[in-house]
Design a protein around this ligand. Structure first.
Ligand SMILES: *[C@@H]1O[C@H](CO)[C@@H](O)[C@H](O)[C@H]1NC(C)=O
Ligand SMILES: *[C@@H]1O[C@H](CO)[C@@H](O)[C@H](O)[C@H]1NC(C)=O
Length: 458
């Protein structure tokens, strides 16, 4: 018998121990553990689903190939003609548009294309954008997505990895012919080419003048060089203008980091973020500060009002107050600018006349990403990091930027696709103002405003 010869206390304890051991066997620590594990894996699963959904939303709507196919079907492609688009330079706004423009001309010309490439910005001097170092499309974009989508949209167009892959390339007529997009209409107005529909005819006449004939056995190689915002993107119809830019998708790692930033924003500040929606209301404010060295160099503060920190900040502060949002996602290639911005905003709110003191938090991608994600972000270059900001700003509840940079225009124009307004400057006098975005100031606030509205594919 169990308790024979033992004091009852000992006996009772042993019995208790047995009960405990048995109950552990029955209910098992593993159960408790597996609840924890289950909870953890459920969280991981939820995060995975969120990231997956968020990464898929890069535009207001997924690509619709129809308008692209219609334009390509009219183009009359021909063998023996190859276009290349190299040395495209600038930030993402410009490079992306240059590449799209180059592809658009190649469609007009009815030729094949080599996957475009671009010039690498000098990391030790960010004002130096036109370097001799050429980097592949993958530097900023998803190469495979470009090939797949352009082939889907433009099945007639051949796409090559390298010029040498083009049939009979070694028998080409001569050295590549250089051409810029507005060469046939050098005096076009600010709004762009008057007759883009005649580009093909002018191009063929230009070839003929040089006694060049397009023949499959002796191919012609045309290098399209960089020109500035001269192609009127709406001329091919609104549907094409809306879809064409979607052949370029940002590189995967930047889309994943942006999705992670969005997840952190949701967890910590903005539960209303819906990963499947381009723009979630009442979530966070997207603030683009264009005050990096390259910007202040290019647009000098004595002439360009919004290159002055005070003036640019002031517009943002007033817009933040107008929208009432309390999480401010700030994007700038210069962390000092962000720090000064956060200090001044806090000071302004603390001394504010408004009776109710608002709790406003300024965050950046650097604050939100941790551990391996943060290290991955830090390993990216200036222009690659800007892709993460672009995507997070694109999805903000309210967005504001300046008018002299293509980056905020690209974001605001893409968001404008969701606006109920067809015009740009709707609810006030700013250059662009709709329910989602503001491009600050009026024409009179700038020495000049480049024709981004006409020449940028959203
Ligand atoms: C990049 O800029 C630095 C600093 O101005 C300069 O010394 C260097 O030569 C530049 N590099 C290239 C590849 O142009
Ligand atoms: C502001 O937010 C912080 C962090 O979320 C919180 O600790 C603090 O209590 C808030 N202050 C007010 C006045 O709501």
């Amino acid at each position: 018998m169990l308790c024979q010869d033992r004091p009852w206390v000992v006996c009772f304890s042993s019995a208790c121990l047995l009960v405990i051991i048995w109950s552990f066997r029955l209910f098992d620590v593993r159960d408790a553990f597996s609840i924890l594990v289950y909870d953890e894996s459920r969280k991981q699963h939820e995060e995975g689903v969120f990231l997956h959904q968020a990464m898929d939303v890069e535009f207001p709507a997924p690509i619709d190939y129809r308008p692209i196919r219609e334009v390509c079907a009219r183009a009359q492609f021909r063998p023996g003609l190859l276009f290349t688009c190299e040395e495209q330079h600038g930030g993402i706004g410009m490079v992306r548009n240059q590449i799209l423009k180059c592809v658009r001309y190649a469609i007009h010309g009815g030729g094949a294309i080599v996957v475009p490439s671009m010039a690498l910005r000098n990391a030790s001097d960010i004002t130096d954008i036109e370097t001799a170092t050429e980097v592949p499309l993958d530097y900023m974009f998803d190469r495979q997505a470009f090939i797949t989508r352009l082939s889907e949209g433009c099945p007639e167009m051949r796409i090559y990895d390298r010029v040498e892959d083009f049939p009979s390339y070694e028998q080409r007529v001569e050295e590549p012919l250089a051409l810029v997009g507005d060469q046939f209409e050098p005096d076009h107005p600010r709004e762009g080419l008057r007759h883009p529909g005649q580009w093909r005819r002018s191009f063929d006449e230009w070839l003929a003048k040089q006694s060049v004939k397009v023949r499959p056995d002796a191919p012609v190689h045309v290098r399209l060089e960089q020109s500035f915002l001269e192609y009127p993107v709406r001329v091919d119809g609104d549907a094409f203008a809306r879809e064409f830019g979607k052949v370029l998708s940002f590189r995967d790692d930047t889309r994943e980091l942006a999705a992670k930033v969005l997840f952190k924003l949701k967890q910590r500040f903005a539960p209303s973020i819906d990963p499947t929606k381009a723009i979630s209301p009442d979530a966070y404010y997207g603030c683009h500060l264009r005050l990096e060295k390259d910007a202040v160099d290019a647009w000098q503060p004595d002439e360009w009002r919004f290159s002055r920190m005070e003036d640019q900040f002031d517009e943002q502060f007033r817009n933040i107050e107008r929208t009432g949002l309390s999480t401010i996602y700030v994007a700038s290639g210069d962390q000092t600018v962000v720090d000064v911005f956060a200090e001044r905003l806090a000071a302004r709110l603390a001394s504010g006349s408004s009776s109710e003191k608002r709790n406003v938090t300024v965050v950046t991608k650097h604050d939100l990403l941790q551990g391996p994600d943060r290290r991955q972000l830090d390993s990216l270059t200036f222009d690659q990091q800007a892709l993460v900001d672009f995507l997070v700003l694109f999805r903000s509840s309210a967005f504001m930027g300046v008018a002299h940079s293509s980056f905020p225009w690209n974001i605001a124009l893409r968001r404008h696709e969701l606006s109920k307004y067809s015009q740009y400057g709707n609810e006030g006098s700013d250059l662009l103002r709709d329910e989602y975005s503001v491009i600050m100031g009026m024409e009179a606030d700038y020495p000049h405003v480049d024709p981004f509205v006409y020449g940028l594919w959203p």
